[in-house]
Design a protein around this ligand. Structure first.
Ligand code: GLN
Length: 279
């Protein structure tokens, strides 16, 4: 079978299955199977695909058709121009989270020493993006999941920032050393139990603990602000990703503790990031 034919059948199968981006997904899966960059597939499409690779290609297409997340199939995801390994057990970084990284970067001068703390590193996306863009930054990162710590250390190593990324297994601030940070950043679980039931099947293949936060979805913000304020320097700030309906609730939590709040919208015009700065 020619590569071209396999691609056609792949796209057809994913379309039938209702996958929103059948062409992109099929090409990326082929690129993984052949071990060549995506652009090269188009050039090589009149070549034959070997029987083993064909088998592997169609088995991955089938997985995708059954709503297995593309990030887990490919084993990697691009975030803020950085390649990150992802696998089952860690949240696949979302493009919206890049806004959180941008807002934090705006508040870290290029050539000054700063120390930040991330609660819930997952794949390491946020901290690694910050570290790559600020050479004098040091990040502490905690997660309760061993898998997340293992993947984020691997990603930090691949991206050459492991020497400035201190990873700790900790439930929130439990094991965080008694030092003061310039900022605390987090993209905590923020979906309510009720919203979880409505989620698409493929999102449900990602870790429940990375997505859901109690009845209202705002429990983690409260815990992070209350538990974290003593770890912040006098001029320190909190930076969170939020669900699009949560700005008011999180604003209230931050203002209650004396922080000045700014809310930043995503490209869809939804509230997505909230910053709490000391007055
Ligand atoms: N910090 C990671 C991310 O933003 C993980 C977040 C999470 O698992 N809730 O991708």
């Amino acid at each position: 079978m020619k590569i071209k034919k396999a691609l056609e059948l792949g796209v057809k199968r994913l379309k039938e299955a209702g996958i929103k981006t059948p062409v992109t997904d099929t090409h990326l899966i082929m690129s993984k199977v052949l071990g060549v960059p995506r652009w090269k597939i188009i050039v090589e499409k009149d070549k034959e695909i070997s029987p083993e690779k064909r088998k592997r290609f169609f088995s991955l297409i089938e997985k995708r058709a059954e709503r297995y997340p593309l990030g887990y199939i490919l084993g990697e995801k691009e975030f803020f121009n950085i390649k990150l390994k992802v696998e089952e057990g860690v949240l696949i970084p979302r493009p919206e989270t890049e806004i959180l990284v941008e807002e934090v970067l705006k508040r870290i001068p290029e050539n000054e020493k700063r120390t930040g703390l991330e609660i819930g590193v997952g794949s390491g996306a946020i901290s690694i993006a910050l570290l790559k863009n600020r050479k004098k930054l040091i990040m502490y990162g905690v997660d309760i999941s061993d898998k997340a710590l293992q993947i984020s250390a691997l990603n930090a190593k691949i991206n050459g920032v492991l020497d400035r990324f201190l990873l700790l297994k900790s439930n929130l601030f439990e094991k965080v050393p008694d030092i003061k940070f310039d900022f605390i950043v987090s993209n905590p679980p923020y979906i309510s139990e009720e919203e979880y039931r409505e989620l698409e099947e493929e999102v449900k293949k990602e870790p429940y603990e990375a997505l859901v936060s109690g009845k209202e979805g705002t429990e983690f913000y409260e815990k992070i602000v209350k538990g974290g304020k003593k770890f912040l320097k006098e001029k320190g700030f909190f930076a969170f990703e939020i669900g699009w309906k949560q700005a008011q609730a999180v604003r209230y939590i931050l203002e209650n503790e004396g922080f000045k709040v700014s809310v930043i919208k995503d490209l869809q015009g939804h509230d997505r990031v909230i910053i709490g700065e000391r007055q």
